[in-house]
Ligand binder design. Structure first.
Ligand code: ZN
Length: 179
């Protein structure tokens, strides 16, 4: 669960896993440094054009060949919404306008938190990015539910179609496993 780190980045000594400040942490007993670790943030977008949403088919592992909303790791010093804009451009060559935070989805076992924004495609133009085999716009009945790469995307899509039916887009909190 805790990322592997063998040596202390402060003094170079071998670190140990030790119960410290309420949980197991990576600790250097040589220079008394606690090496705190944090979850990764994945940022992405549910991009809408007319009655369709943008999906990308992954060209890279994990889950190569499966469909996903454009998303990826937030970079250092980057705003979450800028990361979603960047990832959508990299994966689908599409320009978007962010509307709101749509889903926050926790994956505590993978030590990740997904943030998906609701966004509008600026011109409906979708290309194939470097990290996608193909990109496309899908109506609700065309969504390849059984070929979705990650539960985080399926959750956002499900909430999108539910909200669209209800005529009001909310912000949703989800997790896997659900409890
Ligand atoms: Zn040290």
């Amino acid at each position: 669960m805790i990322p592997v780190q063998k040596y202390c980045s402060n003094c170079g000594a071998t670190v140990v896993l030790k119960f410290t400040e309420g949980k197991d942490r990576i600790v250097c007993e040589h220079c008394d440094t606690i090496h705190y670790t944090n979850p990764k943030i994945v940022t992405g977008a549910l991009c809408v054009w007319e009655d369709k949403v943008l999906l990308c088919r992954r060209a890279i592992e994990p889950r190569k060949g499966y469909w996903n909303l454009p998303a990826g790791y937030l970079e250092d010093f980057e705003k979450a919404e800028d990361g979603a804009i960047r990832e959508t451009w990299e994966e689908a060559g599409a320009e978007i306008e962010i509307e709101k935070v749509f889903t926050v989805y926790n994956l505590p076992q993978a030590n990740q938190v997904y943030i998906h924004f609701l966004a509008k495609l600026k011109d409906g133009i979708v290309r194939n990015g470097e990290e996608s085999i193909e990109s496309g716009l899908f109506r609700e009945e065309e969504i390849p539910w059984k070929e979705m790469a990650f539960t985080s995307s399926a959750f956002a899509l499900r909430k999108f179609f539910e909200d669209r039916k209800a005529g009001n887009f909310n912000t949703h909190l989800g997790a896997f496993p659900e409890k």
